[in-house]
Structure formats: C-alpha cells, structure tokens
Design a protein around this ligand. Structure first.
Ligand code: ATP
Ligand code: MG
Length: 274
C-alpha cells in the first residue's frame, strides 16, 4: 500500500481515551485537511502518527507508511524516519528549533539524516532556504532562531520539513501564529512546494478557510472521532454533521455556504505564485 494508512488508531492518557478509533488513508500526493474544535484530538492524532507522544500515552491500532508499520518501530527507528520520510511543521517554530544552533546547521542536519549520516551540503541548504523565501539566505543560514521573525522561523521549519521531499508532510496549525499577510504567503509557498515534492499532506487546522486553500479532501474530527469525510468541495457543499454545519456557517469563505453551487475554490490560490 502506497501512502499512509491509519487503521483504528486509539490514544488514551491515564485511561481517558482522546482518540477513539480513527481510520483514514492518504495516498501519495493527496492533501487531506483535518479540522475540528479545540480539544477534539487533532494534535494528539498528529503526534501519534509521528511517534512523538511519549511514555504517558497508550496507543493502539495501526499506522503504516508505504507498507511499513510505524507503531511497532523503536524510538530510534522512528526518529530516523522523521525528517527523512515524514516532515513536520508545527504552530510554534521556537519549540521545534534548537535555540543554540544556527538555523542553516539545523537544516543541514535534517538533510544528513536522509543521506545516510553524511554532512548536509551547505549549498543544498542555502538553495532550500531560498526556495522557502527566506530573505538573504546566505546570512539567514548563520542566524540563530531568535534572530529571525516568527514568519522567517516558520520558513526555516518548512525548509527542514521539505528538504528531503518526504513521503508525508504533517502540518499542525502551521500558520495560526502568523499575521494574515504572512499566513497567505506561507500557504502559497506550501502549496507550491507540495506540488513540487508530490508529498502527501495531512494538514491540521481549526480554520476551514485555510484548509480550503491547501487541501482537496477533508476529515472532520469531533470528540476523538472522525464524524465526516469526503472530497473537500463535496463536504463544504453538503455538510452532514452539525459541527461541520456550524463551522461552515461561521467560516470566512465568501463563496461557500451550505447548499451553494459548487465553487471553484481550491483553484483560487493554486498556482498564483507561478
Ligand atoms: N500529554 C497529554 N496528557 C494528557 N492529556 C492530553 C495530552 N495531550 C493532549 N491531551 C488531551 O487530549 C485531548 C485532545 O487534545 P489535542 O491537543 O489533540 O486537541 P486539538 O484538537 O489539537 O485542539 P486545538 O485545536 O486546541 O489544538 C484534550 O482533551 C487534551 O487535554
Ligand atoms: Mg492542536
């Protein structure tokens, strides 16, 4: 099986189930949005997929990437996979970046992961920093994370996530902390990079308008379960679950209201960078 396949994923903390049997598939190149209210279990799901939940979590079910079962891997095996086959972008880059290391070196380390431990080539790193739109990439590579703006740090994290053209990119609220104009730029960039790397993407957000810019398939999560799923346009045109309807009613998507004619939504932002 190509891509990611999640089967009956469950996560509990001290006997409390917060992810209650999630199943989904993300074929190569697909872009799947995961939305849901705060506390519905989106981040826990993402962390479980990445093997980052730690000792306190009890996980069951199956997560396979390109046919390889991830839940039975050791921490070390999983760490090698992250960065090489699975890229990640979080809301807060400061927690993902090492504050004591120059950002160019951090990107180089991820590159080296994929190249069997050889040191990442500086030129490749600079090229990647340039691709994600970091200003003055040569100088920026020598900066420490705190010397960059939030938007610039997010671009560094994007460079780290994408430099190995991962099979799967997991984004958890990647633009939530950014102001609106920076958010729009970062989303356009992500769209372009996903097209170029042909990576599958799981894109988590509570913002339907943002998901709408990136994804073509939608999962709606509510209290630890997926309550609605389907091609994004279809779900937006005919939402079935009350939560989805509510979300849609308040979403800042001008052209989409329940029952409206199917709009040409994802074409809105696609390709406008080219
Ligand atoms: N390490 C943990 N230990 C115990 N409970 C946790 C842990 N991490 C998350 N939870 C609980 O799991 C539930 C789901 O949390 P999660 O972070 O996945 O929500 P979310 O959907 O990402 O919400 P948000 O939109 O606010 O980011 C919450 O009730 C949370 O309190
Ligand atoms: Mg979250």
């Amino acid at each position: 099986m190509k891509g990611l396949k999640v089967d009956n994923l469950q996560v509990s903390f001290r006997g409390r189930r917060v992810v209650k049997g999630i199943s989904c598939e993300i074929p190569p190149g697909a872009r799947v949005g995961l939305i849901g209210e705060s506390g519905s279990g989106k981040s826990v799901t993402a962390l479980a997929l990445m093997g980052l939940l730690g000792e306190g979590a009890k996980i069951s079910g199956s997560v396979s990437l390109e046919g390889q079962e991830l839940l039975s891997l050791t921490d070390r095996q999983m760490a090698r996979l992250r960065g090489a086959k699975i890229g990640m972008i979080f809301q807060e880059p400061m927690t993902a970046l090492d504050p004591t290391m120059r950002v160019g070196k951090q990107v180089a380390e991820v590159l080296a992961l994929h190249q069997g431990g050889r040191r990442g080539k500086r030129q490749e790193v600079i090229k990647m920093l340039e691709r994600v739109g970091l200003p003055a990439p040569e100088q920026s590579a020598s900066a420490f994370p705190h010397q960059l703006s939030g938007g610039q740090r997010q671009r560094v994290m994007m460079a780290m996530a994408l430099i190995n053209a991962p099979q799967l990119l997991i984004c958890d609220e990647p633009t939530t902390a950014l102001d609106v104009t920076v958010q729009a730029k970062v989303l356009r960039l992500l769209d372009k990079e996903l097209t170029e790397t042909a990576s599958a993407c799981l894109f988590i957000s509570h913002d339907l308008a943002v998901v709408n810019q990136i994804c073509d398939y939608l999962l709606v999560m509510y209290q630890g379960q997926i309550v609605e799923r389907g091609p994004l346009r279809q779900v937006l045109a005919q939402p079935k679950h009350p939560y989805t309807r509510g979300l849609l009613a308040t979403a800042d998507i001008a052209a989409v209201k329940p029952g409206a004619r199917l709009p040409v939504l994802s074409d809105f932002f696609r390709g406008s960078d080219e």
